[in-house]
Design a protein around this ligand. Structure first.
Ligand code: NAI
Length: 299
């Protein structure tokens, strides 16, 4: 990659007023990108609002010689998403990449969770990722190029106590990406996801201080820079990123057990073949529904 791989490119980053989003914005701006810095400046739980977080990111970029515009819309409405894309198109004359990073937390055990705690978290993470991607989609399709980055989480991929709303939203994002990678490929659009681990106000109360100390957001952003660039060679992948480690995460299917032909089989066969059904040795990541259905009839 050249030293300015994003020269003449416009990148929209949601939730870029702090934490990981700001780190991505500063790195991409230093690599030549013009950044639409979106952030309504809400608290971790999504309440309140403020212009300073987005404005400060813009100031930091400009002070370093880069170009940026602040936007204060929320990602959870289609209108907000359309407005931020229009702002990028009007202000910079184009759009090459969208980084869906905005997020909130409403951690609570399932027993105590209200419908509002559920809906608001899904609205920001899942609906928001959909709305912003959708708002950029026509531009990407008609120019035959686009990069979309989603932000998922180990919480959704693996589970975490008190985060059923967040986990559902974060894995929903992976489902959204899985379908869109099929639709976007013929238009030159690549969509990938990161599951980051980084120090931010979001993780302050969750991870122990000695771990947090080793989780600089700057150790996540280079991966964003790669996946959002023209050089990106993968589509529809999810990567775990943090503390200088980058690894692919995949949903896999085991070799499995096949009922002998003509045999009438029942629950007792499942119990007898549990090992074969669940053993991950030789498990495979399948690339789409067609591959998954073909697998059923493979010899
Ligand atoms: P953060 O709280 O510092 O950043 C989130 C940003 O999103 C905030 O600036 C907030 O104002 C903004 N935001 C909230 N609601 C919004 C809305 N409706 N529209 C636009 N912006 C909105 O937290 P952090 O850690 O930087 O999180 C960034 C992303 O990374 C989130 O999606 C989070 O779920 C995800 N993530 C972070 C992890 C970590 O270790 N920090 C772990 C896994 C995922």
């Amino acid at each position: 990659m050249s030293t300015q791989p994003f020269l003449d490119q416009v990148v929209l980053i949601t939730g870029a007023g702090g934490g990981l989003g700001r780190s991505h914005a500063l790195l991409l701006a230093s690599l030549g990108a013009k950044i639409l810095v979106n952030d309504p400046g809400v608290a971790v739980d999504g309440r309140g609002s403020g212009v300073r977080p987005a404005e400060e990111t813009v100031e930091l970029i400009r002070r370093a010689g880069g170009e940026a515009i602040a936007d204060f819309n929320g990602v959870e409405t289609e209108e907000g998403a359309r407005a931020m894309v229009e702002s990028a198109l009007r202000g910079f004359g184009g759009l090459q990449a969208v980084i869906n990073n905005a997020g909130i937390l409403r951690d609570v055990s399932f027993r105590k969770q209200s419908a509002a705690d559920w809906e608001q978290v899904l609205a920001v993470h899942l609906d928001g990722s959909r709305h912003v991607t959708k708002a950029a989609w026509e531009t990407f399709c008609s120019q035959g190029y686009g990069r979309v980055l989603f932000t998922t989480s180990a919480s959704g991929l693996y589970g975490n106590f008190g985060q059923s709303n967040y986990g559902a939203a974060k894995l929903g994002i992976v489902g959204l990406m899985n379908s869109l990678k099929e639709e976007g490929a013929k238009f030159g659009i690549k969509l990938n996801a990161i599951a980051p681990m980084a120090r931010s106000r979001m993780t302050e109360g969750i991870l122990p201080p000695e771990i947090l100390q080793r989780l600089d957001p700057k150790e996540v952003s280079p991966v964003v820079a790669y996946l959002a660039s023209t050089a990106c060679a993968v589509n529809g992948q999810c990567w775990a990123v943090g503390a200088g480690r980058v690894a692919r995460v995949a949903i896999v299917e085991t070799e499995g057990w096949r009922a002998p032909p003509e045999k009438v089989w029942g629950a007792e066969d499942i119990a007898a073949n549990l090992e074969k059904i669940t053993d991950l040795q030789g498990a495979e990541a399948l690339s789409n529904l067609m591959e998954a259905s073909a697998k059923l009839f493979q010899k």
